[in-house]
Design a protein around this ligand. Sequence first.
Ligand code: ADP
Length: 483
Amino acid sequence: MNAQTTTFPTACLIGGEWVTKDKTFPVFDPATGNKLADVPDLDATDARRAIDAAHAAFPAWAAQPAKERSKVLKRWLALITAETEALAQLMTAEQGKPLAEARSEVAYGGTFIEWFAEEGKRAYGHTIPTTNTATRYITIKQPVGVCAAITPWNFPIAMITRKVSSALAAGCTIVVKPSEETPLCALALAKLAVDAGVPPGVLNIITTNDAASVGEALTSDSRVRKLTFTGSTDVGKILYRQCAGTIKKLTLELGGNAPMIIFDDADLKEAVEGTMASKFRNAGQTCVCANRILVQSGIYDEFVAALKVAVEKLTVGPGRQPDATVGPLINADGIEKVKSLIADATSKGAKIVTGGTPAPQGPLFFTPTIITGVEPAMAIAKDEIFGPVASIIRFETEADAIRIANDTPYGLASYLFSQNLARAWRVAEALETGLVGMNSGLFSNEVGPFGGVKQSGLGREGAQEGLEEYLETKFLCLGGMNS
Ligand code: ADP
C-alpha cells in the first residue's frame, strides 16, 4: 500500500471492535491496476452483528443532549480535516480522481459534519393551539432508530459523511456498507470516528464483496428503521422492494440523466465553464454530471467550438500526477459502457468532434470527448454515460428544450444557461428535477437540499430537510387540564 495511507485500517468496525476475517477481497488502484489492500469480505451474519451493536448503542446515544452529540461530531471533523492530505491520497489511490478533486471532496465531506453538528441542536417540535379547554398539544422530534447506509464509489468520503453526520446528529446509530470499489476511505473514516470518541456501536462500517446478501440482511431486519442509499436506480428499486416487508423509512439518491440547456442568450464563457465543471468532474462519474447538453441553434456552432478548445486543454493522467484533470474510470464495465454508447451513437449519425477513443495512459483511461448530432432517442441520451463524454443535442425553441429535457424517467439535476431572467425562472420551474443550476454548473453543498424526483429517488440530503429524514414527529396530547 502507498506509504501515505498505511496508518489507516483494513479491518471493519463493529461495536467498537476492529473485525478481520480470513475471507477477504482485494482493492485495486484503477490508474495502475495494482492491488492496494485486502479487506474483510463480511457476510449476512456479520451484518446482523453490526445491527446488534447499533441496536445496543441506540438508547444511550439517543438520550444524549444534541449538544453532546455535536461535540463528538466536531471532534470527528477536526480529525478528518487534520488528515486531509492522507485521506485525499487514499481516495485518489482507490477511486482514481485527481488529487485536487480528492482534497476538495474531503473538505466538502466535512461541511456536512459541520452543518449537522449544528443543525442537530435545532430539531424543534411545535406547540399546537388546542381544540378544547381540557387538552394541550405539542410535538417532539425523536431519532428514528438504527439506520443502514449503502454508499457508492464515486464520492467515497462525502457520501458517507453526509449520511452518517445527519443520522448521528439526530440521535440515530448506523451501519454503513461502503462500495466494494472504495472500502478503504470508509475504514479510514471509521478509525477517525473511534479516535474522536464516537461510542462503540454508534457507527459500524462493514465491507463485503457480496452486497446482495448484506443488503438483504440490512433491509430485512426489523430493528433497522431506515435505509439510506446512494447508487443506481436498478439497485434502488431492489432495496425499495426489500424494505417494504418492514416498512422502513427510505432515502434513495439514484441515477440521473441531467439535461444542461444552453440558450442562444447564454453568456458563452459562463456556459462553457459551467459545462466543463459539471461534465468532467470525476471523469464524468457523478450522478449530477450533464448527461445531455441541449444547445439552441443560434449559439450551437460557437458553443461547440469554444467547448472543444476547453476540452482539449484537459490532461488525462493518474490522479496523483499533479497536472492531471481527468483520471481513470472506476472499472472495465465503466469503459465498456462509454465505448458502446459512443459506437451506438456514431452508427446512428452522431459525430465525434474530439476524443472518442480510449486513452493511452492505461486500460481504464478514456480521452475527453465531444459528440454532436445526438438525437434524444439514442442510447447515449437515455442512459447515464458516467464517463468524460459531452453529448450534444441541437434544439430550436424553449418549448422543445423543456420537452426534451423532461423526456426521461430520471429527475435529479438539470442546468440552464440564459441571461434572460424571466426565461431562466420559467424554465427552472418547468424542469422535472430536484435540483436546477441556473448559470452554474456546480451546486452541491451542505446548505441546499440534495435529491431527486421521478426515478431519481426519495428524500433529501443535507440542509434542514436532511436532518428531518432521521427524525420522527411524535404528537403529545395532555388531557384533564380542567380538572
Ligand atoms: P454503481 O453502478 O454506481 O456501482 P450500484 O447501485 O451498483 O451503483 O452500487 C451502489 C452501492 O450499492 C454499492 O455499495 C454496491 O455494493 C451496492 N449494491 C449493489 N447491489 C446491491 C444489492 N443487490 N443489494 C444491496 N446493495 C447493493
